[in-house]
Design a protein around this ligand. Structure first.
Ligand SMILES: [Zn+2]
Length: 152
């Protein structure tokens, strides 16, 4: 059964994952805990983040949010999705067709959850803390309320 996630927080997770993979080649988070007020994502990683790395991740994520990219979906056959995308986190109940969620041209990822309609609705992205243990980097983040939210 589908559980609720907060669309703003969860959409921010998509952008954060793409940003982390572009900067560090670490892939998307292998575990995420998304709540309305604060969320956390865990990555297989080789070091804790330095302050300048945290700042750059925040800058990049906020730039994508500020670009107000349209969030769209497309559908591909499961076999094709498994070649093009990481489908590890899809539930086994997804059988023939996989929904791919696009954040403009920035990110595309198979996903079953709800998202914002465009990235500006997410609001300001801020990393609160990071921690590192046993080759796992945990990033905790919060969002501020979006200015001029077009869909509330
Ligand atoms: Zn999603």
């Amino acid at each position: 059964m589908k559980k609720q996630t907060d669309p703003r927080m969860h959409s921010a997770e998509h952008i954060l994952n793409q940003t982390m993979d572009r900067m560090f080649g670490c892939g998307r988070c292998f575990s995420a805990h998304i709540e309305r007020k604060k969320s956390k994502c865990d990555y297989h990683f080789d070091h804790d983040l330095a302050a300048d790395e945290v700042a750059e991740i925040q800058d990049r994520v906020n730039r994508v949010i500020g670009d107000d990219l349209r969030v769209t979906e497309s559908y591909v056959a499961k076999g094709k999705a498994e070649v093009l995308y990481n489908t590890d986190k899809l539930p086994a109940s997804v059988d023939s067709t996989v929904r791919i969620v696009h954040m403009g041209e920035y990110d595309a990822c198979p996903c079953i959850w709800d998202h914002v309609k465009s990235t500006r609705e997410i609001g300001g992205f801020r990393i609160t803390t990071t921690s590192y243990e046993d080759n796992v980097l945990r990033i905790r983040y919060k969002l501020s309320t979006p200015e001029n939210a077009s869909n509330t």
